[in-house]
Design a protein around this ligand. Sequence first.
Ligand code: SER
Length: 584
Amino acid sequence: MQLTSNDIRQKYIAYFVKRGHKQIPGSSLVPENDPSVLFTTAGMHPLVPYLLGQPHPEGKRLVNYQKVFRTDDIGEVGDNFHHTFLEMLGNWSLGDYFKKESIPWSYDFLIKELNLNPDRLYVTCFVGDSDAPKDEESARIWQSLGIPTERIYFLPKKDNWWGPAGQTGPCGPDSEMFFDVTGKPCSPDCRPGCGCGRFSEVWNNVFMEYNKTADGKYTKLSQPNVDTGMGVERILAVVNGFTDNYQTELWQPAIAKISALCANSYKDNQRAFRIIADHIRASTFIISDAIEPSNKERGYVLRRLIRRAIMQMRRLAIDPVEAGIVQISNIFVFIMSPVYPELVVNKQKISQVLKEEVLRFNKTLDHGLKEFNKLQKIDGKVAFDLFQTFGFPWELTAELAAEKGQPVNQEEFKNEFEKHQDLSRTASAGMFKGGLADHSEVVTKYHSATHLLHAALRNVLGKHVHQEGSNITNERLRFDFSHPTKLTQEEVKKVENMVNELIKKDLPRNVESMTYQEALDSGALAFFKGRYPEKVTVYSFGDFSREICGGPHVESAGKIGQLKIYKTEKIATGTQRIYVNIGK
Ligand code: SER
Protein backbone atom coordinates (compact mmCIF):
# COMPACT_ATOMS: atom_id res chain seq x y z
CA MET A 1 0.00 0.00 0.00
CA GLN A 2 1.42 3.39 -0.97
CA LEU A 3 1.29 6.02 1.74
CA THR A 4 1.47 9.79 1.32
CA SER A 5 3.34 12.10 3.67
CA ASN A 6 -0.01 13.21 4.99
CA ASP A 7 -1.04 9.64 5.78
CA ILE A 8 2.15 9.29 7.77
CA ARG A 9 1.76 12.52 9.72
CA GLN A 10 -1.83 11.63 10.57
CA LYS A 11 -1.11 8.06 11.54
CA TYR A 12 1.73 9.18 13.76
CA ILE A 13 -0.24 11.82 15.60
CA ALA A 14 -3.26 9.51 15.98
CA TYR A 15 -1.10 6.69 17.32
CA PHE A 16 0.36 8.78 20.10
CA VAL A 17 -2.82 10.71 20.87
CA LYS A 18 -4.44 7.33 21.46
CA ARG A 19 -1.67 6.67 23.99
CA GLY A 20 -2.36 9.76 26.03
CA HIS A 21 -0.28 12.34 24.13
CA LYS A 22 -1.48 15.83 23.45
CA GLN A 23 -0.76 17.24 19.99
CA ILE A 24 1.07 20.56 20.22
CA PRO A 25 1.69 22.94 17.30
CA GLY A 26 5.11 23.08 15.69
CA SER A 27 7.24 26.20 16.21
CA SER A 28 8.98 28.60 13.87
CA LEU A 29 12.33 27.69 12.32
CA VAL A 30 13.68 30.67 14.24
CA PRO A 31 13.87 29.64 17.90
CA GLU A 32 12.11 31.93 20.29
CA ASN A 33 13.98 32.93 23.41
CA ASP A 34 17.11 31.04 22.49
CA PRO A 35 19.91 33.22 21.22
CA SER A 36 22.42 30.36 21.44
CA VAL A 37 21.34 28.74 18.17
CA LEU A 38 20.43 29.99 14.72
CA PHE A 39 17.63 27.61 13.83
CA THR A 40 15.32 25.06 15.34
CA THR A 41 17.31 21.89 14.76
CA ALA A 42 15.02 19.32 16.39
CA GLY A 43 11.51 18.87 17.66
CA MET A 44 12.76 18.96 21.24
CA HIS A 45 14.23 22.38 20.79
CA PRO A 46 11.19 24.41 21.81
CA LEU A 47 10.66 21.99 24.71
CA VAL A 48 13.96 22.51 26.51
CA PRO A 49 12.50 24.26 29.60
CA TYR A 50 10.02 21.39 30.04
CA LEU A 51 12.67 18.72 29.64
CA LEU A 52 14.52 20.52 32.41
CA GLY A 53 11.53 20.17 34.72
CA GLN A 54 9.17 23.10 34.18
CA PRO A 55 5.58 21.75 33.91
CA HIS A 56 4.18 21.90 30.36
CA PRO A 57 0.65 23.34 30.14
CA GLU A 58 -0.44 20.41 27.95
CA GLY A 59 0.82 17.71 30.30
CA LYS A 60 3.58 15.12 30.31
CA ARG A 61 2.96 13.38 26.99
CA LEU A 62 3.28 15.44 23.83
CA VAL A 63 3.35 14.77 20.10
CA ASN A 64 3.78 16.95 16.99
CA TYR A 65 5.49 17.54 13.70
CA GLN A 66 8.09 20.25 13.52
CA LYS A 67 10.00 22.10 10.80
CA VAL A 68 13.73 21.83 11.40
CA PHE A 69 16.81 23.17 9.68
CA ARG A 70 20.31 21.70 10.03
CA THR A 71 23.23 23.76 8.78
CA ASP A 72 25.58 20.92 9.69
CA ASP A 73 24.22 18.69 6.96
CA ILE A 74 24.67 21.17 4.11
CA GLY A 75 27.73 19.31 2.79
CA GLU A 76 25.85 15.99 2.71
CA VAL A 77 22.99 17.25 0.60
CA GLY A 78 23.01 15.42 -2.71
CA ASP A 79 23.18 11.94 -1.17
CA ASN A 80 20.09 9.76 -0.70
CA PHE A 81 18.92 10.75 2.74
CA HIS A 82 20.21 14.14 3.92
CA HIS A 83 18.42 17.47 3.77
CA THR A 84 19.03 20.88 5.27
CA PHE A 85 15.35 21.50 5.93
CA LEU A 86 13.24 18.58 7.06
CA GLU A 87 10.13 17.69 8.97
CA MET A 88 10.38 15.74 12.20
CA LEU A 89 7.63 13.74 13.80
CA GLY A 90 8.20 13.59 17.53
CA ASN A 91 6.71 12.27 20.73
CA TRP A 92 7.83 13.22 24.22
CA SER A 93 7.60 12.04 27.75
CA LEU A 94 8.33 14.81 30.22
CA GLY A 95 9.31 12.79 33.26
CA ASP A 96 6.56 10.27 32.52
CA TYR A 97 7.09 7.00 30.58
CA PHE A 98 10.57 5.75 29.68
CA LYS A 99 12.28 2.98 27.71
CA LYS A 100 9.88 0.12 28.29
CA GLU A 101 6.96 2.06 26.80
CA SER A 102 8.83 4.11 24.24
CA ILE A 103 10.69 1.30 22.45
CA PRO A 104 7.72 -1.08 22.07
CA TRP A 105 5.59 1.79 20.74
CA SER A 106 8.22 2.64 18.15
CA TYR A 107 8.46 -0.98 17.09
CA ASP A 108 4.69 -1.38 16.98
CA PHE A 109 4.24 1.80 14.94
CA LEU A 110 6.87 0.83 12.37
CA ILE A 111 5.81 -2.77 11.99
CA LYS A 112 2.06 -2.78 12.63
CA GLU A 113 1.01 0.69 11.53
CA LEU A 114 3.44 1.24 8.69
CA ASN A 115 3.88 -2.42 7.75
CA LEU A 116 7.65 -2.34 7.54
CA ASN A 117 9.38 -5.67 7.22
CA PRO A 118 10.72 -6.44 10.73
CA ASP A 119 13.55 -8.52 9.26
CA ARG A 120 15.04 -5.36 7.78
CA LEU A 121 14.99 -3.40 11.00
CA TYR A 122 18.34 -2.81 12.73
CA VAL A 123 18.85 -0.90 15.96
CA THR A 124 21.71 0.70 17.84
CA CYS A 125 22.14 1.35 21.56
CA PHE A 126 24.67 3.29 23.62
CA VAL A 127 27.79 1.29 24.51
CA GLY A 128 28.53 3.22 27.69
CA ASP A 129 31.47 5.35 28.85
CA SER A 130 32.60 7.29 31.89
CA ASP A 131 29.60 9.64 31.61
CA ALA A 132 26.83 7.06 31.38
CA PRO A 133 26.50 3.26 31.55
CA LYS A 134 25.91 0.84 28.70
CA ASP A 135 22.26 0.79 27.68
CA GLU A 136 21.56 -2.90 28.27
CA GLU A 137 17.95 -2.19 29.09
CA SER A 138 17.09 -0.84 25.64
CA ALA A 139 18.85 -3.76 23.99
CA ARG A 140 16.88 -6.23 26.11
CA ILE A 141 13.63 -4.55 25.17
CA TRP A 142 14.51 -4.74 21.47
CA GLN A 143 15.34 -8.41 21.89
CA SER A 144 12.04 -9.09 23.63
CA LEU A 145 10.31 -7.59 20.60
CA GLY A 146 12.07 -10.04 18.31
CA ILE A 147 15.13 -8.13 17.07
CA PRO A 148 17.98 -10.66 17.15
CA THR A 149 21.24 -9.68 18.85
CA GLU A 150 23.09 -9.61 15.53
CA ARG A 151 20.90 -6.72 14.46
CA ILE A 152 21.51 -4.77 17.67
CA TYR A 153 24.69 -2.68 17.69
CA PHE A 154 26.27 -0.97 20.68
CA LEU A 155 27.98 2.24 19.64
CA PRO A 156 29.81 5.07 21.38
CA LYS A 157 28.76 8.61 22.13
CA LYS A 158 29.43 9.96 18.68
CA ASP A 159 26.79 7.62 17.27
CA ASN A 160 24.40 6.95 20.11
CA TRP A 161 24.08 10.07 22.15
CA TRP A 162 21.87 12.99 21.26
CA GLY A 163 22.08 16.60 22.37
CA PRO A 164 22.28 19.07 23.77
CA ALA A 165 20.87 21.17 20.95
CA GLY A 166 23.15 24.09 21.87
CA GLN A 167 26.22 24.08 24.09
CA THR A 168 24.42 23.01 27.25
CA GLY A 169 21.14 21.40 28.19
CA PRO A 170 19.19 18.15 28.14
CA CYS A 171 20.73 15.20 26.36
CA GLY A 172 21.19 11.48 26.73
CA PRO A 173 21.93 8.09 25.22
CA ASP A 174 19.72 7.15 22.31
CA SER A 175 18.52 4.11 20.49
CA GLU A 176 18.29 4.50 16.73
CA MET A 177 16.28 2.51 14.23
CA PHE A 178 17.64 1.81 10.79
CA PHE A 179 15.92 0.28 7.82
CA ASP A 180 17.92 -1.80 5.37
CA VAL A 181 16.63 -0.25 2.14
CA THR A 182 18.74 -2.11 -0.41
CA GLY A 183 19.50 -5.39 1.32
CA LYS A 184 22.96 -5.10 -0.21
CA PRO A 185 25.93 -4.75 2.14
CA CYS A 186 28.79 -2.77 0.61
CA SER A 187 31.32 -4.87 2.54
CA PRO A 188 31.37 -7.42 5.36
CA ASP A 189 31.58 -4.53 7.88
CA CYS A 190 28.57 -2.70 6.47
CA ARG A 191 26.40 -1.75 9.42
CA PRO A 192 23.88 0.89 10.50
CA GLY A 193 25.56 4.24 10.09
CA CYS A 194 27.51 3.12 7.02
CA GLY A 195 27.21 5.84 4.41
CA CYS A 196 26.92 3.51 1.43
CA GLY A 197 23.20 4.06 1.00
CA ARG A 198 22.04 0.74 2.40
CA PHE A 199 20.75 1.94 5.76
CA SER A 200 18.35 4.78 6.32
CA GLU A 201 18.13 5.97 9.91
CA VAL A 202 14.41 6.39 10.36
CA TRP A 203 13.81 7.06 14.03
CA ASN A 204 15.73 8.11 17.08
CA ASN A 205 14.58 7.61 20.66
CA VAL A 206 16.61 9.72 23.03
CA PHE A 207 16.51 8.89 26.69
CA MET A 208 17.10 12.36 28.03
CA GLU A 209 18.08 11.96 31.62
CA TYR A 210 21.24 14.06 31.55
CA ASN A 211 22.04 17.74 31.47
CA LYS A 212 25.29 18.91 29.93
CA THR A 213 26.66 21.80 31.94
CA ALA A 214 28.84 24.70 30.82
CA ASP A 215 31.98 22.96 32.14
CA GLY A 216 31.27 19.94 29.91
CA LYS A 217 30.00 17.63 32.67
CA TYR A 218 26.93 15.43 32.51
CA THR A 219 24.64 15.61 35.52
CA LYS A 220 21.37 13.75 36.05
CA LEU A 221 18.23 15.75 35.28
CA SER A 222 15.51 15.94 37.91
CA GLN A 223 13.33 13.78 35.65
CA PRO A 224 14.01 11.12 32.99
CA ASN A 225 12.52 12.20 29.64
CA VAL A 226 11.97 10.61 26.27
CA ASP A 227 12.50 12.62 23.09
CA THR A 228 11.93 10.84 19.80
CA GLY A 229 12.35 12.11 16.28
CA MET A 230 11.45 10.59 12.93
CA GLY A 231 12.20 12.41 9.66
CA VAL A 232 9.12 12.50 7.44
CA GLU A 233 11.17 12.43 4.23
CA ARG A 234 13.03 9.27 5.22
CA ILE A 235 10.13 7.28 6.61
CA LEU A 236 8.03 8.17 3.57
CA ALA A 237 10.71 6.81 1.24
CA VAL A 238 11.21 3.64 3.28
CA VAL A 239 7.50 2.89 3.66
CA ASN A 240 7.01 3.15 -0.08
CA GLY A 241 9.97 0.95 -0.88
CA PHE A 242 12.16 3.70 -2.35
CA THR A 243 15.92 3.67 -2.03
CA ASP A 244 16.25 7.45 -1.70
CA ASN A 245 14.10 10.29 -0.40
CA TYR A 246 13.91 12.09 -3.74
CA GLN A 247 11.73 9.39 -5.23
CA THR A 248 8.88 10.46 -2.97
CA GLU A 249 5.96 12.81 -3.64
CA LEU A 250 7.70 15.46 -1.52
CA TRP A 251 10.45 15.86 -4.13
CA GLN A 252 9.34 14.40 -7.44
CA PRO A 253 7.42 17.47 -8.66
CA ALA A 254 10.48 19.66 -8.10
CA ILE A 255 12.81 17.19 -9.79
CA ALA A 256 10.40 17.07 -12.76
CA LYS A 257 10.31 20.87 -12.87
CA ILE A 258 14.10 21.15 -12.89
CA SER A 259 14.22 18.59 -15.71
CA ALA A 260 11.71 20.63 -17.66
CA LEU A 261 13.79 23.78 -17.18
CA CYS A 262 16.98 22.36 -18.65
CA ALA A 263 18.35 20.00 -21.21
CA ASN A 264 20.24 17.96 -18.63
CA SER A 265 18.99 14.70 -17.23
CA TYR A 266 18.43 14.00 -13.55
CA LYS A 267 20.23 10.71 -13.94
CA ASP A 268 23.53 12.35 -14.91
CA ASN A 269 23.20 15.35 -12.61
CA GLN A 270 21.64 13.90 -9.51
CA ARG A 271 23.68 15.89 -7.05
CA ALA A 272 23.01 19.23 -8.74
CA PHE A 273 19.26 18.56 -9.03
CA ARG A 274 19.07 17.51 -5.41
CA ILE A 275 21.01 20.52 -4.13
CA ILE A 276 18.79 22.88 -6.11
CA ALA A 277 15.62 21.23 -4.81
CA ASP A 278 16.82 20.94 -1.21
CA HIS A 279 18.18 24.47 -0.95
CA ILE A 280 15.21 26.16 -2.61
CA ARG A 281 12.80 24.27 -0.39
CA ALA A 282 14.79 25.25 2.71
CA SER A 283 15.03 28.88 1.55
CA THR A 284 11.27 28.96 0.93
CA PHE A 285 10.60 27.93 4.51
CA ILE A 286 13.24 30.19 6.03
CA ILE A 287 11.96 33.28 4.19
CA SER A 288 8.45 32.35 5.24
CA ASP A 289 9.68 32.52 8.83
CA ALA A 290 10.70 36.15 8.26
CA ILE A 291 14.42 35.87 7.52
CA GLU A 292 15.98 37.77 4.63
CA PRO A 293 19.37 37.26 3.01
CA SER A 294 22.18 39.21 4.66
CA ASN A 295 25.81 38.79 5.60
CA LYS A 296 25.10 37.85 9.17
CA GLU A 297 23.89 34.82 11.05
CA ARG A 298 20.56 33.45 9.77
CA GLY A 299 20.51 35.81 6.83
CA TYR A 300 23.93 34.58 5.83
CA VAL A 301 22.85 30.95 5.97
CA LEU A 302 19.86 31.83 3.78
CA ARG A 303 22.07 33.73 1.34
CA ARG A 304 24.41 30.80 1.19
CA LEU A 305 21.58 28.38 0.42
CA ILE A 306 20.16 30.56 -2.35
CA ARG A 307 23.55 31.19 -3.89
CA ARG A 308 24.55 27.55 -3.74
CA ALA A 309 21.30 26.69 -5.53
CA ILE A 310 21.98 29.38 -8.14
CA MET A 311 25.48 28.05 -8.74
CA GLN A 312 24.06 24.62 -9.48
CA MET A 313 21.40 26.13 -11.72
CA ARG A 314 24.04 27.97 -13.71
CA ARG A 315 25.89 24.70 -14.03
CA LEU A 316 22.78 23.10 -15.56
CA ALA A 317 22.19 26.18 -17.73
CA ILE A 318 18.93 27.10 -16.01
CA ASP A 319 18.32 30.83 -15.88
CA PRO A 320 17.51 31.52 -12.24
CA VAL A 321 15.96 34.90 -12.96
CA GLU A 322 13.58 34.23 -15.79
CA ALA A 323 12.40 30.84 -14.82
CA GLY A 324 14.23 28.93 -12.23
CA ILE A 325 14.10 29.93 -8.68
CA VAL A 326 10.59 31.24 -8.19
CA GLN A 327 8.97 28.45 -10.18
CA ILE A 328 10.76 25.81 -8.17
CA SER A 329 9.92 27.54 -4.91
CA ASN A 330 6.26 27.74 -5.94
CA ILE A 331 6.19 24.00 -6.30
CA PHE A 332 7.17 23.60 -2.67
CA VAL A 333 4.62 26.21 -1.62
CA PHE A 334 2.02 24.16 -3.44
CA ILE A 335 3.09 20.79 -2.02
CA MET A 336 3.66 21.88 1.56
CA SER A 337 1.05 24.57 2.19
CA PRO A 338 -1.75 22.16 3.17
CA VAL A 339 0.44 21.33 6.18
CA TYR A 340 2.19 24.70 6.55
CA PRO A 341 -0.41 27.31 5.54
CA GLU A 342 2.00 30.14 6.32
CA LEU A 343 3.64 29.38 2.96
CA VAL A 344 0.57 30.57 1.06
CA VAL A 345 0.24 33.64 3.22
CA ASN A 346 3.88 34.51 2.53
CA LYS A 347 4.03 33.36 -1.08
CA GLN A 348 4.40 36.83 -2.54
CA LYS A 349 7.13 37.71 -0.10
CA ILE A 350 9.02 34.48 -0.74
CA SER A 351 9.05 35.04 -4.53
CA GLN A 352 10.15 38.61 -4.14
CA VAL A 353 13.01 37.87 -1.76
CA LEU A 354 14.26 35.01 -3.94
CA LYS A 355 14.09 37.08 -7.10
CA GLU A 356 15.90 40.02 -5.54
CA GLU A 357 18.65 37.79 -4.27
CA VAL A 358 19.12 36.24 -7.71
CA LEU A 359 19.41 39.69 -9.27
CA ARG A 360 21.78 40.88 -6.58
CA PHE A 361 23.92 37.80 -6.95
CA ASN A 362 24.00 38.04 -10.73
CA LYS A 363 25.22 41.60 -10.55
CA THR A 364 27.96 40.87 -8.07
CA LEU A 365 28.86 37.70 -9.87
CA ASP A 366 29.52 39.46 -13.16
CA HIS A 367 31.46 42.21 -11.47
CA GLY A 368 33.28 39.84 -9.15
CA LEU A 369 34.29 37.45 -11.91
CA LYS A 370 36.01 40.29 -13.74
CA GLU A 371 37.96 41.15 -10.61
CA PHE A 372 38.66 37.52 -9.87
CA ASN A 373 40.28 36.99 -13.22
CA LYS A 374 42.74 39.79 -12.50
CA LEU A 375 43.92 38.19 -9.25
CA GLN A 376 47.36 36.65 -9.06
CA LYS A 377 47.12 34.94 -5.73
CA ILE A 378 44.03 33.58 -4.03
CA ASP A 379 44.17 32.78 -0.34
CA GLY A 380 41.77 32.83 2.60
CA LYS A 381 42.11 36.58 2.96
CA VAL A 382 41.30 37.17 -0.71
CA ALA A 383 38.39 34.74 -0.46
CA PHE A 384 37.06 36.75 2.44
CA ASP A 385 37.49 40.03 0.55
CA LEU A 386 35.58 38.56 -2.38
CA PHE A 387 32.86 37.62 0.04
CA GLN A 388 32.79 41.05 1.68
CA THR A 389 32.92 43.05 -1.52
CA PHE A 390 31.08 40.90 -4.04
CA GLY A 391 29.14 38.54 -1.84
CA PHE A 392 30.97 35.56 -3.33
CA PRO A 393 29.98 32.56 -1.27
CA TRP A 394 32.89 30.47 -0.02
CA GLU A 395 31.93 27.61 -2.35
CA LEU A 396 32.14 29.81 -5.41
CA THR A 397 35.61 31.12 -4.61
CA ALA A 398 36.79 27.63 -3.75
CA GLU A 399 35.49 26.32 -7.04
CA LEU A 400 36.95 29.11 -9.17
CA ALA A 401 40.26 28.91 -7.34
CA ALA A 402 40.44 25.16 -7.83
CA GLU A 403 39.84 25.68 -11.55
CA LYS A 404 42.80 28.03 -11.53
CA GLY A 405 44.86 25.36 -9.78
CA GLN A 406 45.12 27.37 -6.54
CA PRO A 407 42.99 25.66 -3.91
CA VAL A 408 42.15 27.89 -0.96
CA ASN A 409 42.16 26.82 2.65
CA GLN A 410 38.73 27.10 4.20
CA GLU A 411 40.24 27.50 7.67
CA GLU A 412 41.87 30.74 6.60
CA PHE A 413 38.62 32.00 5.16
CA LYS A 414 36.85 31.11 8.37
CA ASN A 415 39.47 32.87 10.46
CA GLU A 416 39.08 36.00 8.42
CA PHE A 417 35.35 35.76 8.62
CA GLU A 418 35.36 35.33 12.35
CA LYS A 419 37.73 38.23 12.80
CA HIS A 420 35.29 40.48 11.02
CA GLN A 421 31.99 39.34 12.32
CA ASP A 422 30.50 39.92 15.66
CA LEU A 423 29.02 36.48 15.95
CA SER A 424 28.18 34.62 19.08
CA ARG A 425 30.40 31.61 19.66
CA THR A 426 27.64 29.13 19.12
CA ALA A 427 26.30 30.84 16.06
CA SER A 428 29.59 30.71 14.30
CA ALA A 429 30.29 27.17 15.41
CA GLY A 430 26.90 26.17 14.06
CA MET A 431 27.46 27.89 10.75
CA PHE A 432 30.86 26.58 10.11
CA LYS A 433 30.87 23.21 11.71
CA GLY A 434 32.43 20.80 9.29
CA GLY A 435 35.89 22.18 8.71
CA LEU A 436 38.79 21.19 10.88
CA ALA A 437 37.07 23.06 13.66
CA ASP A 438 38.00 21.06 16.70
CA HIS A 439 40.95 18.92 17.58
CA SER A 440 39.22 16.03 19.22
CA GLU A 441 40.79 12.59 19.15
CA VAL A 442 38.74 11.34 16.21
CA VAL A 443 39.41 14.47 14.22
CA THR A 444 43.12 13.99 14.80
CA LYS A 445 42.87 10.41 13.56
CA TYR A 446 41.03 11.55 10.45
CA HIS A 447 43.63 14.22 9.91
CA SER A 448 46.43 11.64 9.93
CA ALA A 449 44.33 9.37 7.71
CA THR A 450 44.18 12.27 5.22
CA HIS A 451 47.96 12.24 4.86
CA LEU A 452 48.20 8.50 4.36
CA LEU A 453 45.35 8.58 1.90
CA HIS A 454 46.91 11.39 -0.10
CA ALA A 455 50.17 9.46 -0.38
CA ALA A 456 48.40 6.19 -1.22
CA LEU A 457 46.31 7.83 -3.94
CA ARG A 458 49.48 9.25 -5.51
CA ASN A 459 51.04 5.86 -5.28
CA VAL A 460 48.15 3.99 -6.90
CA LEU A 461 46.87 6.58 -9.40
CA GLY A 462 49.97 8.60 -10.17
CA LYS A 463 51.83 11.74 -9.15
CA HIS A 464 49.28 14.02 -10.82
CA VAL A 465 47.08 13.46 -7.77
CA HIS A 466 46.94 16.50 -5.53
CA GLN A 467 44.74 17.25 -2.60
CA GLU A 468 42.24 19.93 -3.53
CA GLY A 469 40.37 20.07 -0.30
CA SER A 470 39.26 18.09 2.68
CA ASN A 471 36.56 18.25 5.26
CA ILE A 472 36.56 16.35 8.51
CA THR A 473 33.69 15.73 10.88
CA ASN A 474 33.50 13.35 13.80
CA GLU A 475 31.91 10.81 11.48
CA ARG A 476 33.93 10.88 8.31
CA LEU A 477 36.55 12.43 6.09
CA ARG A 478 35.71 13.91 2.73
CA PHE A 479 38.71 14.25 0.44
CA ASP A 480 38.86 16.01 -2.94
CA PHE A 481 41.74 15.49 -5.31
CA SER A 482 42.79 16.03 -8.89
CA HIS A 483 42.24 12.99 -11.09
CA PRO A 484 40.34 12.70 -14.37
CA THR A 485 38.12 9.68 -13.75
CA LYS A 486 35.97 8.29 -11.01
CA LEU A 487 37.83 5.61 -9.06
CA THR A 488 37.16 2.00 -10.02
CA GLN A 489 36.30 -0.62 -7.43
CA GLU A 490 39.73 -2.06 -7.93
CA GLU A 491 41.50 1.26 -7.36
CA VAL A 492 39.44 1.87 -4.24
CA LYS A 493 40.48 -1.51 -2.86
CA LYS A 494 44.13 -0.94 -3.71
CA VAL A 495 44.21 2.42 -1.95
CA GLU A 496 42.31 1.10 1.04
CA ASN A 497 44.57 -1.93 1.37
CA MET A 498 47.69 0.17 1.06
CA VAL A 499 46.64 2.51 3.85
CA ASN A 500 45.45 -0.33 6.05
CA GLU A 501 48.76 -2.10 5.54
CA LEU A 502 50.57 1.02 6.84
CA ILE A 503 48.20 1.22 9.76
CA LYS A 504 48.88 -2.43 10.55
CA LYS A 505 52.61 -1.80 10.40
CA ASP A 506 52.02 1.07 12.81
CA LEU A 507 54.31 3.45 10.89
CA PRO A 508 55.79 5.98 13.31
CA ARG A 509 55.05 9.68 12.96
CA ASN A 510 57.89 12.15 12.81
CA VAL A 511 57.75 15.96 13.17
CA GLU A 512 60.49 18.32 11.96
CA SER A 513 60.80 22.03 11.65
CA MET A 514 62.62 23.59 8.67
CA THR A 515 62.36 26.33 6.07
CA TYR A 516 59.72 26.07 3.37
CA GLN A 517 62.38 25.55 0.71
CA GLU A 518 64.13 22.83 2.70
CA ALA A 519 60.79 21.12 3.16
CA LEU A 520 60.12 21.13 -0.57
CA ASP A 521 63.66 19.93 -1.28
CA SER A 522 63.17 17.09 1.16
CA GLY A 523 60.17 15.91 -0.87
CA ALA A 524 57.40 17.19 1.37
CA LEU A 525 54.03 17.82 -0.26
CA ALA A 526 52.69 21.34 0.04
CA PHE A 527 49.29 21.52 -1.46
CA PHE A 528 48.41 25.11 -0.60
CA LYS A 529 51.09 26.63 -2.76
CA GLY A 530 52.34 30.03 -1.78
CA ARG A 531 50.61 30.44 1.52
CA TYR A 532 53.23 29.10 3.89
CA PRO A 533 55.36 31.00 6.34
CA GLU A 534 59.10 30.81 5.93
CA LYS A 535 59.50 28.26 8.70
CA VAL A 536 57.25 25.23 8.41
CA THR A 537 56.48 21.97 10.18
CA VAL A 538 56.80 18.74 8.26
CA TYR A 539 54.91 15.65 9.37
CA SER A 540 55.91 12.28 8.03
CA PHE A 541 54.78 8.71 8.51
CA GLY A 542 57.76 6.42 7.94
CA ASP A 543 59.05 6.95 4.42
CA PHE A 544 55.60 6.78 2.97
CA SER A 545 54.07 10.18 3.55
CA ARG A 546 55.66 13.57 4.04
CA GLU A 547 53.67 16.80 4.14
CA ILE A 548 53.95 20.37 5.30
CA CYS A 549 51.21 20.70 7.84
CA GLY A 550 50.22 22.34 11.09
CA GLY A 551 49.07 19.10 12.72
CA PRO A 552 47.92 17.70 15.02
CA HIS A 553 48.52 14.03 14.20
CA VAL A 554 48.41 10.67 15.93
CA GLU A 555 51.73 9.32 17.25
CA SER A 556 51.79 6.37 14.91
CA ALA A 557 49.62 5.06 12.08
CA GLY A 558 48.29 2.19 14.18
CA LYS A 559 46.26 4.65 16.24
CA ILE A 560 44.06 5.45 13.25
CA GLY A 561 42.14 2.17 13.06
CA GLN A 562 40.85 0.42 9.94
CA LEU A 563 40.15 2.76 7.00
CA LYS A 564 37.29 2.37 4.57
CA ILE A 565 36.39 4.35 1.46
CA TYR A 566 32.61 4.18 1.35
CA LYS A 567 31.72 6.53 -1.43
CA THR A 568 33.39 7.92 -4.54
CA GLU A 569 32.16 10.58 -6.91
CA LYS A 570 33.27 12.98 -9.57
CA ILE A 571 32.49 16.52 -8.47
CA ALA A 572 33.95 18.54 -11.32
CA THR A 573 35.98 17.99 -14.44
CA GLY A 574 39.26 16.62 -13.19
CA THR A 575 38.20 16.50 -9.54
CA GLN A 576 37.21 13.40 -7.62
CA ARG A 577 35.73 13.19 -4.16
CA ILE A 578 35.91 10.27 -1.78
CA TYR A 579 34.33 9.68 1.60
CA VAL A 580 36.17 7.72 4.22
CA ASN A 581 35.37 6.19 7.57
CA ILE A 582 37.86 4.96 10.10
CA GLY A 583 37.53 1.90 12.31
CA LYS A 584 35.09 1.71 15.10
N1 SER B 1 16.25 15.08 19.16
C1 SER B 1 16.44 13.85 18.49
C2 SER B 1 16.80 14.04 17.03
O1 SER B 1 16.67 15.12 16.53
C3 SER B 1 15.22 13.00 18.59
O2 SER B 1 14.12 13.75 18.27
O3 SER B 1 17.21 13.11 16.39
